[in-house]
Design a binder for this molecule. Structure first.
Ligand SMILES: Cc1ncc(COP(=O)(O)O)c(C=O)c1O
Length: 342
């Protein structure tokens, strides 16, 4: 796969040489006994960076979201989320399966919900209604094209929710991309979230792992849910060592991915029949190929035959994601290949 220009997702990044060295040299212990010094350090650094009381290392973003929803809900409640959110569309109905909750999706064109949209959907316990358990928000929003919550919009939702006694779980799989776009530290843009899940394994380049941050009490409970889900990982310091590099060093380079995404979006917008559907704020570009007359899966196959991997999303939409393993020269190659496939 090394010669391919893989723009399917930022999950495809491979660990850097520094990560591989750190993994080989990692000090480890049994993390289920809390005895892995490298995991402990990663969890402590994540809590510090997010200005939260505690953090837990989990194998995946899906597990982090699953635990986040579980912490703030009881069976028979609803989870308010955006209609194209990861938690409702791409996590195998985990909130129903593990937490016994239904999603209450709200559609927003750019993936960014507002308090005015959310308030009418909040339900009390009633003869007919399931009550709202938690509000789940996604920043950046993946399928809406890597869009970023304006901090005042996010904080207004959190304030409104907290006044009603509701918690906010933030799917911040790409929260460092949001922070890069806003030029603000992550702790400022997540201060009002009760729990935040973020991924080390996407744009930050670690091979495996996500973090859940929140209060001491919530993270202590999360440790038990992680074990129930089979996520107690023993000598996980080998993974946490790469995670520490991802956390400490990799956010500073995300601006390169954003510039590459804007560069490719510009190429797409100048390609006949293709239209980028949104303002590109971070590393995700959603584009509509309907006017080319070529079905998205067919176009994806044509790109692949020329060495560029880009996935169809749904209908006439496709998505490309820039990342660490597709530097500018590779993007320039892709920019030549894409128009030639039409
Ligand atoms: C917004 C968002 N949340 C959660 C996840 C889940 O992460 P994982 O693949 O590590 O389970 C993803 C994965 O792509 C994502 O894009």
């Amino acid at each position: 796969m090394n010669d391919l220009i893989d723009l399917r997702s930022d999950t495809v990044t491979r660990p850097t040489p520094a990560m591989r060295r750190a993994m080989a040299e990692a000090e480890v212990g049994d993390d289920v006994y809390h005895e892995d010094p490298t995991v402990n350090r990663l969890e402590q650094r994540a809590a510090e960076i997010f200005h939260k009381e505690a953090a837990i290392f989990v194998p995946s973003g899906t597990m982090g979201n699953t635990i986040g929803v579980k912490l703030h809900t009881r069976h028979g409640q609803e989870v308010i989320c955006e209609a194209r959110g990861h938690v409702i569309n791409y996590e195998l109905a985990m909130m129903a399966w593990f937490s016994g909750c239904l999603a209450r999706p709200i559609y927003s064109e750019n993936g960014i919900l507002t308090w005015d949209q959310i308030l009418p959907e909040i339900r009390p316990l009633h003869g007919h209604y399931a009550p709202t358990g938690v509000i789940e928000l996604e920043n950046t929003h993946n399928i809406a094209g890597g869009s970023v919550y304006p901090p005042e919009v996010f904080d207004r939702i959190a304030d409104g929710a907290h006044e009603l006694g509701l918690k906010i779980h933030l799917d911040g799989a790409r929260i460092f991309n949001a922070a890069t776009y806003l030029n603000r530290p992550v702790h400022e843009i997540t201060a009002q979230a009760d729990t935040v899940m973020f991924c080390l394994s996407k744009g930050l380049g670690a091979p495996v792992g996500s973090m859940l941050v929140g209060t001491e009490k919530d993270i202590a409970a999360a440790r038990l849910y992680r074990k129930r889900l089979g996520g107690g990982m023993r000598q996980a310091g080998v993974l946490a060592a790469a995670g520490l590099i991802a956390l400490e060093q990799m956010p500073a380079r995300l601006c390169e991915d954003h510039a590459n995404a804007r560069f490719l979006a510009d190429v797409l917008n100048h390609t006949k029949g293709i239209r980028v559907t949104h303002e590109v704020q971070t590393n995700i570009v959603i584009f509509d190929v309907g006017a080319t007359g070529i079905p998205a899966p067919e176009l994806s196959a044509r790109f692949k035959s020329r060495g560029v991997l880009i996935n169809p999303v749904r209908g006439t939409l496709m998505r490309l994601v820039t990342h660490l393993d597709v530097p500018r020269p590779a993007c320039e190659n892709a920019a030549g290949i894409i128009p030639a496939c039409l």
